[in-house]
Design a protein around this ligand. Structure first.
Ligand SMILES: Nc1ncnc2c1ncn2[C@@H]1O[C@H](COP(=O)(O)OP(=O)(O)OP(=O)(O)O)[C@@H](O)[C@H]1O
Ligand SMILES: [Mg+2]
Length: 85
């Protein structure tokens, strides 16, 4: 699988912005944003983004990867998965 360079940048940017938005709601404790990348094999990389924000409501988990699912008034929730296809 070969990812599209620009779309993968958009995916990563979205995950980072999601993390910042989720963290801006939390007023106590340190705000942490962790971006990890690791070679998984030849031509394969795993990128993980984690944050210390509000977290994801369990009842939304199964909808998370649906295009246009958003809990934000201004959210678009574009289908970022298509970047990896
Ligand atoms: N890091 C996160 N912490 C908590 N909730 C998250 C996080 N990332 C995503 N979510 C939840 O998943 C939903 C979908 O995220 P997605 O990035 O697809 O769309 P969005 O951020 O709402 O809109 P857009 O990306 O267009 O601004 C968000 O509305 C939010 O409820
Ligand atoms: Mg987003």
């Amino acid at each position: 699988m070969i990812g599209d360079r620009v779309q993968l940048q958009q995916v990563l940017l979205n995950l980072i912005i999601n993390a910042i938005e989720a963290s801006s709601v939390v007023s106590e404790g340190p705000r942490e944003l962790l971006v990890k990348s690791q070679m998984q094999g030849p031509g394969e990389v795993v990128v993980a983004v984690s944050d210390s924000g509000v977290g994801i409501d369990g009842k939304n988990l199964d909808q998370l990867f649906n295009p246009f699912f958003t809990t934000k008034p201004e959210g678009l929730a574009w289908d970022y998965r298509s970047a990896a296809r």
